[in-house]
Design a protein around this ligand. Sequence first.
Ligand SMILES: Nc1ncnc2c1ncn2[C@@H]1O[C@H](COP(=O)(O)OP(=O)(O)O)[C@@H](O)[C@H]1O
Ligand SMILES: [Mg+2]
Length: 398
Amino acid sequence: MIHFPREALAQELVAALRGQVVFGDAHNGLFLAAPRRTGKSTFLQADLKPALEAAGVVVAYVDLWADPRRDPGDLIADAIARALVPHQSLVSRTAKRAGLDSVTIAGALKIDVSKIGKIDGVTLPDALRALHEAAQAPVALIVDEAQHALTSEAGEATMSALKSARDQLNRPGEVNLMLVMSGSDRDKLLRLVNTYGSPFYGSQITRMPPLGQDFVDHVARLITAQRPELAPVDTGLLMQAFERFGQRPQFFMEALGQSLSPLADLTGRFEQAVVDAASRRQVDDEAQMESEFLALRPLERAVLWRLLEQGPRFRPYDGEALHFYREKTGAPVTVAKAQNALKSLRERTPALAWKSARGEYAVDDAAMHRWYEQLVQTGRWPPEDAQGDLALTDGDDA
Ligand SMILES: Nc1ncnc2c1ncn2[C@@H]1O[C@H](COP(=O)(O)OP(=O)(O)O)[C@@H](O)[C@H]1O
Ligand SMILES: [Mg+2]
């Protein structure tokens, strides 16, 4: 698997995080949104983390999706503890030599020498301060898929704790704690910053630039290096394919691999084969969403429809919503029934709806909005069962 390095973007963000950009606000927290599978986690781990480290910053990285059932606060504490390991060896060696079981860093963090990498019973601000003092360096905490913290009260409390750590550790002109939060859905990430009670009220969400022509050109150079007989590669056509794949490198690379395989039975150029694969993928993606939608029970469909239609204005149980459900399912709908339907949308795998600790809802995958808009615009909404539309009114929503 090739990795296309994104150094310039990483450098730009490092400068912003260190407060070196005159009008920037990133030193208060950098919020990056980009759709799923477009390379966020890869960029954060393979480009941003090393760039920060090269600038003398200690980095803790955590992906809140890695284990969605665990308390985000615990996941973050683990990441901080892991980042502490290289710096505590000196401390703990000294402790061992003196015959102590534990040492205390920064008057706050007690480290049990037998359990290196564990943080027990300290608050996140204390743990971050301890890391900062043990490493004698600024600390960056990268929280990937941060919107996941908003689905529980423990997670919300964690976000407030991080904000308070930032306020304690940073001073004008001196950034000791940098916070980077990424998410696959701008609307969900927005809830960290957009209302007065939000933990990072007032911060901006930046759209992380997707991989583009420079990535495609890089891939084209690799192809010509390995297969000179294919030069010149039509990078314009490859870019078209990459865009059609939704700028998701994995699918693009798979299609390239197949088209370039000696077993591929191509009559024309491989670039066109990749474009064709991208078109097939688009059709498949839409078919997938359609079949998920059609597999829902009537009331679940009506609730999802309402959620897609209303976006951030969605109120699941107000009079208008209940009227909408009734109109679509042909039967009266109680709040309790609507609640059950919404719950089952959230509990499906993959989940179709997302709920924050404050009771706000969103579709789980932002791509569904694009799919919905497209069908509405072309007059194809709602999708219908092959047998006709009967299932929508069978009233089976118990
Ligand atoms: N800079 C890159 N160069 C090559 N492949 C990449 C790059 N960034 C991402 N990918 C590939 O794209 C896929 C999705 O990337 P990932 O970082 O997991 O996306 P996200 O976190 O946005 O969902 C992975 O298979 C990864 O290998
Ligand atoms: Mg990711």
